[in-house]
Design a protein around this ligand. Structure first.
Ligand SMILES: CC(C)(COP(=O)(O)OP(=O)(O)OC[C@H]1O[C@@H](n2cnc3c(N)ncnc32)[C@H](O)[C@@H]1OP(=O)(O)O)[C@@H](O)C(=O)NCCC(=O)NCCS
Length: 399
């Protein structure tokens, strides 16, 4: 039998495969750590709770990308770079407009981000120095593209970015287009929404070797450009088993209708062996700390009857799910369970939920790709072949 070698392994071999690469280690990193047993998350050693409380998206992105909290002038310089990169070419806006109206927002985002490469010639160099600058431009522009998608889908005019606003404030401004000049301290942009979005952007910015992060690593390791890389990450994030779960959660809560329907609904779903969106995680077998923060925030923004009802259904469902599967299988709410309620309370449409995740996670994606670049090696795992080793080719007329 023919023999092949990879490292110390001989092929063909019999080995145990962790389905979905469970347990596989991709690389060494100093960027972020998920402790699934204790339900802790930190970026560069700083807890997500502290970052959510004290940081801003810009500062958190700097921390992820450059490995330390910035000094004032470093932060100002970083913010400036983000601000001057905000606008997007008219060609991208036109491209979004000509695609079918019911195209999923994440497909639009993917296409637009991939197409941005054509306007950024430096992006084709793919050197460590050039990629650091390209990363900042993508982090900046993905927010503008997301806002443009939201406006175009609603049949509204696309709003140009402003340079006097923070990343989150400008994002909210470009989505809502609302300026209230009676609130000059906020430069006209809704403070409550901006703060909540800033917090959401911090909470989603990085999360270990998630499916989308690994996708980005794989694409970029072939020395493909950053726009193609991030477009790939967006494609992975779209799936309902990953970032797309936040959209599903809201639909599920609406379908349940009232807290008193939860038990019966849950019983039916479990009989069908359905997984409940917003619960479970490959790494966490305890409470996801981000879900706790979002839940707390839900209580602050639940002012209408509709949102109070959605929150009451969610809390009841959490109780039931934990009673049934919490200790037994380590299934607890994940980040997507309460985030959608916060977005909905802020008046954002469901189709924006997953793109907002991408606007944030792009910081982690780019940071991890940049970290890997100095020792880059293309990813090339293998599959265990179990098909026939020798088979005759049968001509068409004899099959
Ligand atoms: C996140 C997720 C994809 C992780 O998948 P995974 O690591 O491959 O875990 P598995 O699908 O192998 O689940 C392990 C066990 O827990 C159960 N489980 C996992 N998530 C569950 C959920 N949301 N509801 C009910 N049971 C769940 C599985 O049925 C399985 O049970 P079994 O051992 O009896 O077959 C999975 O938990 C899921 O689909 N969750 C819902 C979607 C979601 O919220 N995604 C966002 C993640 S941030």
């Amino acid at each position: 039998m023919e023999r092949d070698f990879v490292g110390k392994k001989e092929f063909p071999i019999k080995c145990e495969i962790g389905r979905g690469l469970e347990g596989a280690i991709v690389n060494n990193t100093q960027i972020g750590y998920v402790n699934g047993k204790e339900g802790r998350l930190c970026y560069r050693g700083i807890s997500i709770e502290d970052l959510a409380k004290y940081s801003s998206f810009e500062e958190t992105a700097y921390l992820l990308l450059f490995g330390k909290l910035p000094k004032r002038d470093e932060l100002n310089g970083f913010k400036e770079k983000l601000k001057v990169s905000r606008s997007i070419p008219q060609g991208i806006v036109e491209m979004i407009k000509i695609l079918p109206k019911d195209t999923h927002s994440m497909n639009l985002l993917m296409s637009a981000v991939a197409a941005l490469a054509g306007y950024d010639k430096e992006s084709q160099k793919v050197t460590l120095e050039s990629e650091k600058e390209v990363a900042i431009r993508i982090i900046s522009k993905i927010a503008t593209v997301t806002a443009a998608i939201s406006r175009i889908k609603k049949g509204k005019e696309v709003i140009e970015p402003r340079e006097d606003l923070s990343h989150a404030e400008n994002l909210v401004y470009m989505i809502t287009g609302e300026v209230d000049e009676s609130r000059p301290s906020l430069r006209g942009v809704d403070e409550e929404i901006s703060k909540a979005i800033d917090m959401a952007l911090i909470l989603h910015a990085d999360h270990g070797m998630s499916g989308s992060t690994f996708t980005c690593m794989v694409i970029h390791a072939s020395l493909s450009d950053f726009y193609a890389t991030i477009a790939g990450g967006i494609g992975s994030l779209k799936g309902p088993l990953h970032g797309g779960a936040n959209e599903r959660v809201i639909k599920m809560l609406q379908e349940i209708g009232t807290p008193s329907n939860v038990e019966e609904w849950y019983g039916r779903e479990r009989k069908l062996h359905h997984k409940i969106p917003g619960f479970g995680h490959r790494i966490y077998h305890a409470h996801d700390p981000r879900a706790r923060i979002f839940k707390e925030y839900c209580h602050r923004v639940a002012t209408t009857e509709e949102i109070k009802n959605l929150l009451a259904i969610a809390e009841r469902l959490e109780e039931v799910e934990i009673r049934e599967l919490g200790e037994k299988k380590g299934i607890f709410p994940n980040v997507d369970f309460y985030s959608g309620i916060v977005y909905k309370a802020l008046g954002l449409e469901t189709s924006l939920f997953t793109p907002l995740f991408a606007v944030s996670r792009v910081a982690g994606w780019t940071a991890r790709v940049l970290e890997y670049m100095p020792e880059n090696r293309i990813f090339r795992p293998r599959a265990e072949y179990y098909g026939p080793l020798k088979q005759e080719y049968i001509p068409m007329e004899k099959r």
